[in-house]
Ligand binder design. Structure first.
Ligand code: FES
Length: 126
């Protein structure tokens, strides 16, 4: 069962803009030991396709034991859409291959499972 939790960054007022920029935490269960994949959803990454990146990341996370969170900005905007896994950056994550490559670095994840999830996502697009 999917769980949606809104979190807010320190020091931000809870106005409409903040609510839009709030981090959306999506997990496949209530387990808190999942590793987190951060996907930038700030303006410049969105202009480069970060919404599609997030859609793919959420699809991969559904079948893998991974949590996906929206990130405001990593500061590497010109190279977006950007993903971070365990503080390692992955730039230009526009394709399922690149997004899956980021997921493959999640500690303890099975590379074959990532490949299967990527293939299933690609097939769902056809
Ligand atoms: S907008 Fe994505 S890293 Fe800045």
């Amino acid at each position: 069962m999917a769980t949606h939790i809104l979190t807010f960054h320190r020091g931000q007022a809870l106005n409409k803009l903040t609510r839009r920029r709030a981090s959306l935490v999506v997990s496949a269960s209530s387990s808190s030991d999942k590793q987190v994949v951060l996907v930038c959803q700030n303006k410049e990454c969105k202009q480069r396709g970060a919404r599609r990146t997030l859609k793919c990341a959420l699809a991969l996370a559904e079948t893998l034991n991974v949590q996906v969170e929206e990130q405001d900005c990593f500061g590497d905007c010109a190279m977006g859409p950007n993903i971070s896994v365990n503080e390692k950056m992955f730039y230009g994550c526009k394709t399922p291959d690149k997004i899956a490559a980021a997921f493959a670095t999640v500690e303890g994840i099975d590379a074959d499972a990532v490949d299967e999830a990527r293939t299933a996502y690609e097939n769902s697009l056809q």
